[in-house]
Write a protein that binds this ligand. Structure first.
Ligand SMILES: C[S@@+](CC[C@H](N)C(=O)[O-])C[C@H]1O[C@@H](n2cnc3c(N)ncnc32)[C@H](O)[C@@H]1O
Length: 217
């Protein structure tokens, strides 16, 4: 499946299009089959300002797909919850987890982020924000304000960085953005505590930026 086919399905079926995509391919165009290397890099080498690992610390990965990053957070000692709107995506994530053997602290649920109510110490977004239509961005920010605990952290691996819409038209997913889009949407309740272009040896495409926002305590 290529990106264009994916976009057509989403145009035709809106959010249900994700299920259609996962049913057509267990390895859609965005799926890189492993933990996001930049997440690993920032946690293991650069000291992302995460809380000390503990099962009392809850991490959410919205739009988690096959859940590689969910498993990674759980392997570090957090309680990690992955969420995806597609039942087939969740089935594949659970099958992947089962293959990994004795996984503790990880769970993937089928749910819609936009009506989710639980609160988390950390939320990590990679390729979820860029997957939602532009008209849902305000709603996304409002939901983050509800579900990130006071003093909690929202980590966003910004991708793909784009200053402008192409010809003023929505062309996605992925829908491009910049960290400034996030700062504006989140408003004063969140302080940007990290904004970095990753080192070239870890990611050489120059279209990702690691950001972290701390919610006011
Ligand atoms: C571009 S994929 C990214 C998957 C994963 N983050 C990764 O990098 O492999 C976006 C994912 O978000 C899910 N999704 C879309 N809308 C959602 C919603 N409202 N709530 C939860 N998940 C959603 C899709 O089913 C899809 O698996």
């Amino acid at each position: 499946m290529d990106r264009q086919a994916m976009r057509e399905l989403l145009k035709e079926h809106n959010e249900q299009g994700w299920e259609a995509i996962w049913r057509l391919s267990d390895s859609p165009p965005w799926d890189n089959g492993q933990v996001q290397p930049l997440l690993r890099h920032y946690i293991e080498k650069r000291g992302l300002p995460l809380p000390e690992p503990s099962r009392d610390v809850k991490v959410l990965v919205p739009g988690c797909g096959k859940g590689y990053d969910v498993l990674y957070f759980a392997s570090l000692g957090y309680t990690a919850v992955g969420m995806d709107i597609s039942p087939e995506g969740v089935r594949l994530a659970n099958a992947f987890m089962e293959k990994q053997g004795d996984v503790k602290g990880a769970e993937v649920r089928c749910a819609d982020f936009f009506v989710h109510e639980e609160q988390y110490d950390v939320v990590y977004d990679y390729t979820f924000f860029c997957a939602i239509p532009l008209h849902k961005r305000e709603e996304y920010a409002a939901r983050m304000k509800r579900i990130v605990k006071a003093g909690g952290l929202l980590i966003t691996l910004v991708f793909p960085i784009k200053e402008e819409l192409v010809d003023g038209v929505e062309q996605g997913p992925p829908f491009g953005y910049t960290p400034q889009v996030y700062t504006k949407l989140l408003g004063e309740g969140f302080e940007q505590v990290l904004d970095e272009y990753p080192p070239i040896e870890v990611d050489n495409r120059g279209i990702k930026r690691m950001n972290a926002f701390k919610r006011a305590a």
